[in-house]
Design a protein around this ligand. Sequence first.
Ligand code: HEM
Length: 414
Amino acid sequence: MSEQSITNFSMLDPRVSSDPYEFYALLQKECPVYEMPETGTFVITKYDDLRQVLKDFESFTSDVRIAARGPQANLQQSLLTEGGGWEHVPTLQRTDPPVHARYRKLVDRVFTIKRVREMTPHLDKVVNDLIDGFINTGECEFNDNFAMRMPGIIIAEQLGLSPDDVTTFKKWADAMLGAARAPVATEEEIRNNASIELEAQLFLADIFEDRRSAPRDDLMSALVHAHGDDEEPLNMHELQNLMHQLITGGFETTQSAINHGMWTLVRYPEIAQQLREDESLLKPFIEEVLRWESPVQFLARQAKKDVEISGTMIPAGSLVMVGYGPANRDEEKFGCPHQFDLERKGVGAHLAFGSGPHFCPGALLARQEMMSSFKYITQRMDNIQLAKPLPSPVHNFSMYFLPMNDFHIRFDKI
Ligand code: HEM
């Protein structure tokens, strides 16, 4: 890495957000808790600091609505309610213990090991059907034809949409994630996103009502009915908010993880061969992909009181970006962190799914989606290469994620 200074970088620069690792390494060395000059937001970059912040919900709340909410978010919320929809109320990810536990218990009943095991043959089928769609052509645009569709189809099915509706579903997810994609949106973009989100809410409300009286074996039914004798069922406001989190939490993240797994195979063909020869390597491969190019680079917290982290005072009320991406490249935790190492010891300690009370409830499902994907990709495709150079920068701008698109590959059919 070249000699650089922190002031040469801005997290709002699309080239930095697309390839942030040199900046992260500098921050970790010189300023592990960094106050962004552009926004005054504090950025946590070290592994141990991140674990401390994620655990300490007394000092760092997940309810960042007040700190994060500006005129843009206010407009979006009022457009939703004016249209007969539901504004965002804090549930699950936006709550702290003990309130958080109520929502978390319900969601954990849905994403059990048993349920993911039962889903596995279906995940395998979805993967193979998608590969069937392009295998004979010897090339494809991987993001649209596979990485987006695989998790999209699974969640769409769980929501009661047809798998053919995955593009509608993608449109909803993109609108819901609008603010994360473009922190400074025009009024027209906000209005457009709000009207798409409203369409999603009204559709989901009908499905929830339907599943209340006629449960099926899907996620919506499980959420409507996931309560014990002594517990109040979730109301529509809460259900809508949970759906928002499941859609935004489960789609773009898994899509990104699958894209980055494929990009790894393109860069290291010998790893594709190793996976082909020894299926037991799939698990360490997936964990190292999640560590190396963490789909969620950052999320937000708000300091409830003055707190000192690694010698930096974070004043009460500050918005704090918790850095899963930088923590997973922390040299003090992972030796040679910028190297992809299939044999890395302790890779399972990565924080790609978070840590503490908000640890990702979809981790089992996401891991199985990746297992099924790379099992059949390596069995059915050989000699995978880029068919066109990747765009520059490789990733679309995002404050939180690492979204890839325009990912054209070619390969030999096995
Ligand atoms: C590779 C894929 C995925 C990654 C990298 C990922 C990452 C994360 C991370 C880092 C968190 C912690 C948030 C925090 O600290 O505030 C989280 C929470 C969450 N994730 Fe995932 N996720 C993935 C897949 C999924 C899937 C498939 C679903 C559901 C279908 C899902 C649903 C959620 C929900 C609902 C939360 C909030 C949990 C809570 O606040 O208790 N995620 N995820």
